[in-house]
Design a protein around this ligand. Structure first.
Ligand SMILES: NC(=O)c1ccc[n+]([C@@H]2O[C@H](COP(=O)([O-])OP(=O)(O)OC[C@H]3O[C@@H](n4cnc5c(N)ncnc54)[C@H](OP(=O)(O)O)[C@@H]3O)[C@@H](O)[C@H]2O)c1
Length: 291
């Protein structure tokens, strides 16, 4: 799928009562971390095509500027380079979203596999995992998403908004060499579930996108041919379903959400499923068990 094909209906949010309406009203505001490449860029492009205003971030300023150049013809975009682990940078992101009208969506997508450059080596087992890398992994994948959510919650509550936290099957399955990343994603899943209970005005979705052909995935399998993995744009329809249907907060697998091909979704919108699967996830189950 080419994400530039996404139609206006694709990622349109429910109208927010506090969002100015009308032909010239600015679109709702989404903050997307890690939007310079991979899934984050595909989601940003889809949101932009649907009229969302964007605040985007990533560390590499050159790659972020290239992403901004792609998005700018489509929407208002504020591209702020920096790391999500930086307190001042997160405050900058929240301030930018506020200036645009307040965030109605936060996509915590930025993530690290090991917290340091593997330089072609295989991800380490826990026995020898460098602790600074482990600390960075938890900072990027868990602490920063929670901290950015804290800053944006007043805006998200005001707009009846949503938080999407990118999860992984490594959060629920044990894979050798994925201990740090998997543990961090499990922690993010759990934080998502608790936040969902605490914040009734906001939807909180933890989403496992499935394997995707991205830089992170290549780093996880150094030297291996990953050309059989789907491109990140192929999971965008699942996120479209989430934002359109606004199901209950919970953990979702992209594979269980809309599998309707983009071309079909565009030509026969009535063929789209009107419901999404129950949040029959680890998170939902744990929450209902009271654990
Ligand atoms: N690819 C897969 O198979 C797969 C499977 C399951 C889940 N996921 C999840 O899907 C999400 C997207 O992954 P991807 O495969 O698209 O990764 P990717 O292509 O490596 O992109 C990661 C993005 O995050 C940014 N980033 C990394 N660390 C950051 C930091 N400290 N501060 C700000 N931005 C940062 C990167 O830019 P800079 O490096 O310039 O900062 C880049 O824009 C992640 O949450 C990942 O865990 C991926």
């Amino acid at each position: 799928m080419n994400s530039t094909d996404i139609t206006h209906t694709a990622l349109s949010p429910s109208p927010s009562p506090s969002q100015p309406q009308g032909p010239s009203a600015p679109g709702p505001v989404a903050v997307v971390t890690g939007a310079s490449r991979g899934l984050g860029l595909e989601l940003a492009r889809a949101l932009a095509a649907d009229g969302w205003q964007l605040v985007i971030t990533a560390r590499n300023p050159v790659e972020l500027a290239a992403a901004e150049a792609l998005l700018r013809p489509l929407t208002t975009v504020l591209a702020l380079p920096g790391s999500v682990v930086d307190d001042d940078h997160r405050a900058e992101l929240a301030g930018a979203a506020d200036r645009l009208g307040g965030a109605a969506l936060l996509v915590n997508n930025a993530s690290t596999l090991t917290g340091y450059d593997l330089e072609g080596a295989a991800p380490p087992t826990l026995a020898g995992f460098p602790l600074p890398g482990l600390l960075e992994t938890f900072e990027v994948n868990v602490l920063a998403p929670i901290a950015l959510t804290q800053l944006l919650l007043p805006q998200l509550r005001m707009h009846g908004g949503s938080v999407i936290n990118l999860s992984s099957d490594a959060a629920v399955e044990a894979y050798a060499g994925w201990g740090g990343y998997g543990a961090s994603k499990a922690a993010l899943d759990h934080a998502s579930a608790v936040l969902a209970l605490e914040e009734a005005q906001v939807r909180v979705w933890a989403v496992d996108p499935g394997d995707m052909r991205t830089r992170m995935h290549q780093e996880a399998f150094p030297g291996e041919d990953i050309s059989d993995r789907p491109l990140p744009g192929t999971v965008v329809p699942a996120f479209r379903t989430l934002l359109r249907e606004r199901p209950a907060s919970g953990r979702y697998r992209a594979a269980d959400l809309s599998a309707v091909p983009e071309a079909v979704a565009e030509s026969v919108p009535e063929a789209l499923p009107r419901t999404v699967p129950e949040a029959g996830s680890v998170i939902a189950a744990a929450a209902s068990d009271g654990r």
